[in-house]
Design a protein around this ligand. Structure first.
Ligand code: AHM
Ligand code: MG
Length: 298
């Protein structure tokens, strides 16, 4: 089943369908951009400048230009732009991290795109629960999209013609011993986080941490178990990851798959976005693990 067929089967409106067609085009182009930039590393420094930055900017440009062409999208916000940007009259709004974990691209580790879809004329004041859909794309050995239109979670894989074909339906996250402990630096000053990580180690959880939130969350969704954590500490009590561009779209996917996501006290999807770059601590994955995080850190 293709992405288009799936969306029609789910009864999404023409506008949202068209937005996903734009996304599929963007993901295919970004996948190509990543490949070319790796190949050209030795000889193309003059054109691309600092490579990671070039890839971030390029991915951002690809998404921005394609959304501008889509009549249903009126507003975009990107992790790479200083402010939200009106792009037309459409009632839909898209926010995205065009290439999350881009510093991993030069060592050929997986990177990803994160997108949240809303109906709003400003992202200030929205909360993750307001999303109508969300998606992560992973650029690894294959290019894949995991998405939700709030009717469960499904995975598509790009074929050689740039078509996205469903390869997993009804993705479910249950329980199991796998952990991706982000920002371990915090455990040097936070006794509670150290205790939590020690619990996972003593219980012989499998460590699966890539340094990219997209592949890490992708893994939890596809293995159907595990926990990803990124607490704050010291001068950055809210950590590094942004609600709008990273945490809300991921949290919608996780909850739709039967998992959970919290900042330690509050569901991430309930948190109001007061500033576009607002950050939040996040503990996301299997329900029981998220509960454990709240118990240890709340
Ligand atoms: P980015 O948006 O600048 O790429 O940063 C986000 C990434 C996440 O994918 C990952 O989980 C996190 O940064 C890792 O951060 P750090 O290496 O600082 O622990
Ligand atoms: Mg990011």
């Amino acid at each position: 089943m293709t992405l288009s067929e799936y969306l029609k089967e789910q009864g999404v409106d023409d506008a949202l369908h068209s937005i996903f067609m734009t996304l599929k085009e963007a993901v295919a182009s970004i996948a190509e951009a990543i490949k070319i930039s790796d190949k050209g590393k030795a000889g193309t420094e003059n054109i691309y400048g600092e490579e990671q930055l070039a890839l971030d900017v390029l991915s951002d440009k690809i998404l921005g230009e394609l959304f501008k062409k889509n009549e249903h999208v009126g507003l975009v916000a990107s992790e790479e732009l200083p402010d939200e940007m009106s792009v037309g009259e459409g009632e839909y709004a898209a926010c995205y991290d065009p290439l999350d974990g881009s510093s991993l691209a030069d060592v050929n580790l997986a990177v990803g795109t994160i997108v949240g879809i809303y109906k709003t004329d400003t992202f200030v004041g929205v909360k993750g629960d307001d999303q109508l859909a969300s998606m992560i794309a992973v650029y690894g050995p294959s290019t894949t999209m995991i998405l939700t239109v709030k009717k469960g979670v499904v995975k598509f894989q790009m074929d050689d013609k740039g078509e996205f074909v469903m390869c997993k339906s009804d993705i479910q996250v249950g329980e199991g011993k796998m952990f991706a402990p982000g920002n371990l630096r915090a455990s040097a000053v936070r006794e509670d986080y150290l205790k939590l990580v020690n619990y996972w180690m003593k219980e012989q959880y499998t460590l699966r941490y890539s340094g990219g939130m997209v592949p890490d969350i992708n893994q939890i969704l596809l293995k159907g178990k595990g926990i990803f954590s990124y607490p704050g500490y010291g001068d950055t009590p809210d950590g590094k990851l942004r609600i709008l561009f990273e945490c809300a779209p991921m949290s919608l996917l996780m909850e739709q798959a039967g998992g959970a996501s919290t900042d330690g006290k509050v569901r991430v999807l309930e948190k109001i976005v007061e500033r576009l770059d607002q950050r939040t601590p996040i503990f996301i994955g299997s329900k029981e693990e998220v509960k454990r995080c709240e118990e240890y850190l709340g």
